[in-house]
Design a protein around this ligand. Structure first.
Ligand code: OSB
Ligand code: MG
Length: 366
């Protein structure tokens, strides 16, 4: 497939409510979108790097710089999506920037051939169960109100963000208020150390589905030690940035569940490899989120429809983030999101909405 060029488009999107995690509070989104233009069509990709390098080392200005200077120029003139990763491999890191580029090329390629991303990836379902990630709040009553609202909307699983000082008590309160039937899990975003193992053991009494990324990103050995000590299954997010890292985590016993975020691992093809690897090892996976717009969400929902995704993902409805999405909104039906069936990711930005939120565009000719 020939590519004329690639448009980098920055958009500013509000968040309905501030989203607080152990690494910071976010009140708005600064997002980079990629549009690949070919002689007979286009393809879209969303870069999930955040404004600041607090979740991982990537950040949106850095991703744009890496794409402009190294990644886009490394693409061959005649490119296939399944050769993009190899072309970008000489440049270390920058998984989120690489993922966005591969995603846009893949979308263009699939649109040109009339095939959906879900079908291409090997999806076996036409809808996926939705969970929601609930930020740290100022008080337990405020948290209980927020969780009650999400349950009323139909979310099938609740994830609570935790941090030292906001863990056992909010989890106990949610469990007591909503009962043992609620699918409940927590995410620490690397806020603890192995010295907190005793404290984390206190979460065991709440019957959580999992505890996500309790320790530092590069602490695979300590995660293995913690996994042996906790009854609650340990799930990794930040620690897994490739299939090789997933394999290491599995063989060390660092986790029994993996959160797969395509951006974090360099794209949907690597995400599928991690899915296949985990499935072969009996390790459950679920699809994480990075507060994506409808572009990234559409692709995540397609991935989440693969057979190894046996736990509800952070694939929430568009309305969880904002009052208007740049694509037709993803809405919950019975606690599920429908998997798009159209060519490629199956959705496109609504031009008028996209223009309204655009803060800059840049064209890179190929
Ligand atoms: O750790 O899973 C995370 C959002 C931004 C960065 C990291 C994480 C998250 C979420 C929100 O938990 C998931 C979503 O709703 O997209
Ligand atoms: Mg996480």
């Amino acid at each position: 497939m020939k590519i004329n060029g690639i448009e980098l488009r920055r958009i500013a999107m509000p968040l309905k409510a501030p989203f607080r995690t152990s690494f910071g509070e976010q009140t708005a989104r600064d997002i980079l979108l990629l549009r690949v233009e070919t002689p007979d069509g286009e393809g879209w990709g969303e870069c999930v790097a955040m404004a600041e390098p607090r979740y991982n080392s990537e950040y949106v200005d850095g991703a744009a710089a890496a794409l402009r200077r190294f990644l886009v120029p490394a693409l061959p003139g005649d490119v296939r999506a399944n050769t993009v990763a190899a072309a970008l491999e000489p440049f270390k890191g920058h998984q989120m920037a690489k993922a966005a580029l591969e995603s846009a090329v893949l979308d263009a390629e699939l649109r040109a051939s009339g095939r959906s991303l879900a079908s291409y990836l090997g999806a076996t379902r036409n809808r996926v169960p939705s969970g929601v990630s609930v930020g740290i709040m100022d008080s337990v009553p405020e948290l209980l109100d927020a969780v009650a609202g999400f349950i009323a909307e139909g979310y099938l699983r609740i994830k609570l963000k935790i941090a030292p000082g906001w863990d056992v008590e909010p989890v106990r309160a949610v469990r007591e208020r909503f009962g043992d039937g609620l699918l409940l899990q927590v995410d620490a975003n690397a806020a603890y150390t192995l010295a907190d193992a005793r404290h984390l053991e206190r979460l065991d009494e709440f019957g959580l589905l999992l505890v996500e990324q309790p320790l530092a990103d590069d602490d695979l050995v300590q995660h293995a030690e913690l996994s042996r000590r906790l009854a609650t299954p340990v799930c990794l997010d930040e620690s897994v940035d490739s299939a090789a890292q997933a394999a290491a985590a599995i063989s060390l016993g660092s986790c029994s569940i993996v959160n797969i975020k395509p951006g974090r691992v360099g794209g949907y093809l690597e995400a599928r490899r991690i899915h296949d690897l985990c499935r072969a090892h009996g390790v459950a996976v679920w699809c994480g989120g990075m507060l994506e717009t409808g572009i990234g969400r559409a692709a995540n929902v397609a991935l989440a429809a693969l057979p190894g995704f046996t736990l509800p993902g952070d694939t929430s409805a568009s309305s969880r983030y904002d009052t208007t999405d740049i694509t037709p909104p993803f809405a919950l039906s019975d606690g599920h999101l429908d998997v798009p069936t159209g060519p490629g990711i199956g959705v496109e930005p609504v031009p008028a909405i996209l223009d309204e939120v655009t803060t800059s565009t840049e064209w890179i000719a190929l």
